[in-house]
Design a protein. Structure first.
Length: 344
């Protein structure tokens, strides 16, 4: 098996073909263009039994990695930190060149057995893009609202109530009679901010509709979980990606940060909160836990049972989140099995 390591950059990509023993067979340096993938495949025809290893296949290497995966090639994602360690151990100096970097990427792929295989982008990538865009829009809306509150505080006594909508803000602004030139400018900027908020609200509604449609099209059953709406389901699907990369529910819990960390010492057995893992995914599961702890059902029964055992509300909620992580994982696995079941 020949391993071809790729060191990608914004404008160039360097590839090194390495044999199983580590000896370099050939190198090539190409400009990153629309033809780069075809050029790499033409160059690699001499080694039909091959695999590709791309440094940072979710970053600078995403383009070439996705093109190779779409062409049916076996592509592995090599984290930059592993490539740097391999370069230091291999040369003893850590000297960086594109060729040594690509060779180090190939060496990692030859010896590391748990690298992620790059899959062609699917619906989860579209969900991630839509979800991230909605987060950006809602963040910008919050900033606009905060700026508007500052202006209204200066324009009228008592300012404006919390949770102000664009319509309510516009009605409130009609009662303001600016006296000074500064107040006239404040009112003009406030009008502009109200227009921005209306635009952002409309954009958010459009994105939420697209997210609901995408979740429905995915065939996901996540929304059957109490407290999990379409927007949260979209975020979970987007952040999880291919659930097959997690061997079991325990690995998934570790990835999303709901698995507690063992902090036992001697005869004292205790666990502490994990701050590791994907914090956005953790926050999505937190939303479900808060809803289930509040509403009647098995989730609230479990939450109160942990309270009765002497846990604090925060500890009981963390225990519930760990259980919910397993529920989410099993839904994802079940949906995958249903989607890949052969048609009869």
């Amino acid at each position: 098996m020949i391993t071809i390591g790729i060191d990608p950059h914004k404008t160039t990509a360097t590839a090194v073909a390495s044999a199983a023993g580590g000896q370099q067979l050939d190198t090539v340096r190409l400009a990153v263009t629309a033809a780069t993938c075809n050029q790499l495949l033409d160059w690699a025809q001499a080694w039909p039994d091959r695999q590709w290893a791309v440094e940072g296949a979710t970053g600078l290497g995403r383009g070439v990695a996705q093109q190779l995966a779409a062409a049916g090639e076996t592509v592995l994602d090599v984290p930059a930190v592993l490539a740097a360690r391999a370069r230091l151990l291999g040369s003893g100096s850590g000297r960086k060149t594109d060729v040594t970097d690509a060779a180090s990427v190939a060496a990692v792929a030859q010896h590391h057995r748990r690298l992620r295989r790059v899959e062609a982008e699917d619906h989860t990538v579209a969900l991630r893009l839509l979800s991230d865009r909605r987060d950006d829009v809602m963040g910008e809306r919050t900033r606009c609202t905060n700026r508007l509150h500052v202006l209204l505080r200066d324009l009228r006594p008592g300012g404006a109530p919390v949770g102000l909508s664009a319509t309510a803000a516009a009605e409130l602004l009609t009662t303001v009679r600016p006296v000074t030139a500064a107040d006239q400018q404040r009112k003009a900027i406030a009008r502009s901010l109200i227009a921005d908020i209306r635009r952002l609200d409309q954009t958010a509604k459009t994105l939420e509709r697209q997210l609901r449609e995408a979740v429905t099209a995915s065939g996901s059953t996540l929304t059957e979980i109490h407290g999990l709406a379409d927007i949260t389901a979209a975020k979970i699907l987007a952040l999880t990606g291919d659930v097959r990369r997690f061997p079991d529910q325990h690995h998934y819990a570790s990835y999303n940060g709901t698995a507690p960390i063992d902090a036992s010492s001697g005869e004292q057995v205790r666990h502490r909160l994990s701050r590791r893992g994907n914090r956005q995914l953790n926050a999505a599961i937190h939303v479900i836990a808060v809803s289930q702890a509040r509403d009647p059902g098995p989730g609230r029964d479990y939450y109160h049972r942990k309270i009765a055992e002497g846990k604090t509300p925060s500890e009981a909620r963390r225990s519930l989140k760990r259980r919910l992580s397993d529920v989410v994982y099993h839904h994802l696995i079940s949906d995958l099995a249903q989607a890949t079941k052969p048609a009869t």
